[in-house]
Design a protein around this ligand. Structure first.
Ligand code: SF4
Length: 347
């Protein structure tokens, strides 16, 4: 099976910037970015990253704020923190390079997928990559349900049996590309598939049964309310989220989730008191936007506010700054904050 698959890949592979290199650092960065993110979104971020941080050392020397600014909008910011931590470790303890053995797995954020991708593509090691595309192709090829974590061992063994001995990295990329371009979740293009003659679901006409569908959980929706707290010089407060939290290290307007039964304004007054120890007067609404994360949706409401009384004390964030609206691009904010800022510009 690997010969027709790799022949297909050689003819059809997309020209992606990381594919011109065997440099393990570049392959690692691309694979980290590609986790949870579409190829077309990743390409400009990857090109920009490599221009500014071409080596492990350049990341180790950089400030996390500059790294987060570059990552802004790509989401899953923990990935950026983990790249920084891993580069620091490589420079301080591992001769400044990506190790070509299991030591690599000990670095922050390096799980089975990243490990297999970098080892196979950069170092030609025969380690199968398993991602969502590979699971789908595999489940159809072998008419097997690979959704349970314990079944992945079986998938790994099957792939190991077929992986190309001389081009394991290309085999892995080929099967991922096949999943993305041909063996799509809906309407796979079996007539263009180079491995259809090995595919049990194709042969038995059971494609619609694979992959076995999981029951989808309903995504919860939360109301989040934030304050645009201005002083007399028209500067407003932004706070920095703690590193270990979701969106850690990014800046935001202070506020938080509305609790059940609470009005938006009361919720904001309570949140600001809890976060900054001050009492505020809530004025006009500045806008509302919707944003989706992988596990939840939020409706983000913003209000103009002024400080009524109290002395600011930081109870829930790492830092606070008073900034001008024209300075927002100097800081990294989550996409939801940018959407709210856009609303404010409109009004
Ligand atoms: Fe997927 Fe169809 Fe190819 Fe089977 S024959 S692997 S279902 S594209």
């Amino acid at each position: 099976m690997n010969k027709p698959l790799i022949d297909w890949y050689d003819i059809n592979k997309k020209n992606m910037p990381w594919r011109n290199s065997k440099d393990p650092y570049r392959i690692w960065i691309s694979e980290v970015m590609l986790q949870q993110t579409q190829v077309n979104t990743v390409i400009p971020y990857y090109n920009n990253w490599i221009k500014i941080f071409p080596t492990v050392k350049s990341v180790a020397l950089a400030q996390i704020d500059d790294i987060l600014k570059l990552w802004e909008g790509l989401g899953y910011y923990r990935r950026a923190h983990n790249i920084k931590k891993s580069c620091d470790i490589m420079i301080n303890r591992l001769n400044g390079a990506i190790p070509n053995d299991e030591t690599f797995k000990g670095l922050p954020g390096v799980g089975d997928y990243i490990y297999a991708a970098v080892m196979s593509i950069a170092f030609n090691q025969k380690i199968p990559v398993i991602d969502g595309n590979v699971k789908r192709v595999g489940s159809r090829l072998w008419e097997t349900n690979f959704s349970a974590p314990q079944s992945l061992k079986v998938l790994n063994e099957k792939l190991l049996h077929h992986i190309s001995l001389d081009r394991p990295g290309c085999f892995n990329q080929a099967i991922m590309d096949l999943g993305r371009e041909v063996c799509k979740p809906q309407n796979p293009i079996c007539e263009k598939c180079p491995i259809s003659k090995f595919c049990k679901a194709f042969k038995n006409n059971t494609i619609l049964n694979y992959p076995v569908k999981k029951k989808l959980k309903k995504t919860p929706l939360f109301d989040v309310v934030v304050g645009y707290i201005q002083n007399q010089q028209q500067k407003f407060i932004i706070t920095k989220r703690p590193k270990e939290k979701m969106l850690g290290g990014l800046w935001e307007l202070p506020g938080g989730k509305r609790e059940s039964g609470e009005s938006l304004k009361n919720s904001l007054i309570r949140e600001i008191k809890e976060e900054l120890s001050i009492d505020i007067k809530v004025d006009k609404k500045i806008g509302v936007i919707q944003h989706s994360y992988s596990h939840m949706k939020i409706r983000l409401h913003g209000y103009n506010c002024r400080i009524k009384s109290g002395k600011i004390k930081l109870n829930a964030s790492d830092k606070l700054e008073w900034i001008n609206f024209s300075d927002i691009n100097k800081y990294s904010f989550p996409t939801a904050s940018h959407k709210l800022f856009k609303e404010m510009e409109k009004n």
